[in-house]
Design a protein around this ligand. Structure first.
Ligand code: PLP
Length: 258
């Protein structure tokens, strides 16, 4: 098959995109982003865009930040990679773990590094299961999550994600999880219900589900302080403090132990 050598056609020919309709992509092609500067990105046609999502929430300091370029360049020259399996460590990992312990709430003193939010959530699922196995309660493995919640794309984290399209045709959920009502008052509040009553209803639902499943089978609840995919609704005011943190904006409330 002959194709012109444009960047867009090369993308269509060889690059499979996540969260993209592949058939439509073959017709429309990509917007090829070429460079970034502060809050802007520029495509290969010279168009400038305000990048309101900051990449995928991961370019919080803006594009082309010289301090990051300098730090990355220096580290690439010195030691581009080293793992931390089997008692190995390296100074950047130690310094970052130390910094995270300093700026996170009291009691969060150790960092476990992963490559993405999805992998972070898969890891914390494994840690919760491991913890419960170690304590001799192998039945305490189920997760509670919210409809509309977004927790990632890997098999376990996508199972926690409460979006039908992320489950359908992928045979998910693949781990034991129950999804509860999306805490979006505007969309899911009943006629005449106040926000406080809505919150009471959701808390009652949570307690009912725990009673149905058996508290001794529930490992943890996962929720976002601010839902992204679930329509950017904020956490209802009355919900209590954060206990465990995994991905940047994802919160685990670990369930009371027996
Ligand atoms: C709340 C939340 N959890 C998990 C993830 C998954 O992170 P990643 O895309 O880095 O795998 C995201 C990504 O947007 C997220 O917003």
């Amino acid at each position: 098959m002959s194709r012109s050598n444009s960047t867009a056609n090369r993308d269509i020919a060889h690059h499979l995109h996540p969260y993209t309709n592949a058939a439509r992509h073959a017709e429309t092609g990509p917007i090829v982003i070429e460079r970034g500067e502060g809050i802007y990105v520029f495509d290969d046609q010279g168009n400038r865009y305000i990048e309101a999502l900051a990449g995928l929430w991961s370019v919080a300091v803006g594009f082309g930040e010289q301090r990051l370029v300098d730090a990355a360049t220096a580290q690439l020259g010195k030691l581009p990679f080293y793992h931390t399996f089997a008692h190995k460590s390296n100074l950047p990992a130690i310094e970052l773990a130390e910094k995270l312990a300093e700026i996170t709430p009291e009691g969060l003193n150790h960092a476990f590094f992963t490559n993405s939010g999805s992998e972070a959530n898969d890891t914390i699922i494994k840690m919760v299961w491991y913890y419960n196995n170690a304590l001799g309660r192998p039945e305490k493995k189920k997760f509670l999550a919210r409809n509309g919640g977004y927790h990632g794309v890997t098999v376990a984290s996508a199972s926690l994600t409460g979006l039908v399209n992320n489950h359908r045709d992928f045979d998910l959920p693949a781990i034991p999880v129950r999804h509860l009502t999306c805490p979006h008052f505007y969309r899911y509040g009943n006629p005449g219900e106040t926000e406080a009553q809505f919150l009471d209803r959701l808390m009652a639902e949570l307690e009912t589900v725990i009673a149905e499943e058996g508290a001794e089978t529930i490992a943890a609840f996962i929720g976002e302080p601010i839902m992204s995919a679930g329509a950017f609704c904020r956490r209802p005011r009355a919900i209590g403090p954060v206990c465990r943190r995994s991905a940047a904006s994802t919160t685990f409330w670990s369930w009371p132990t027996r």
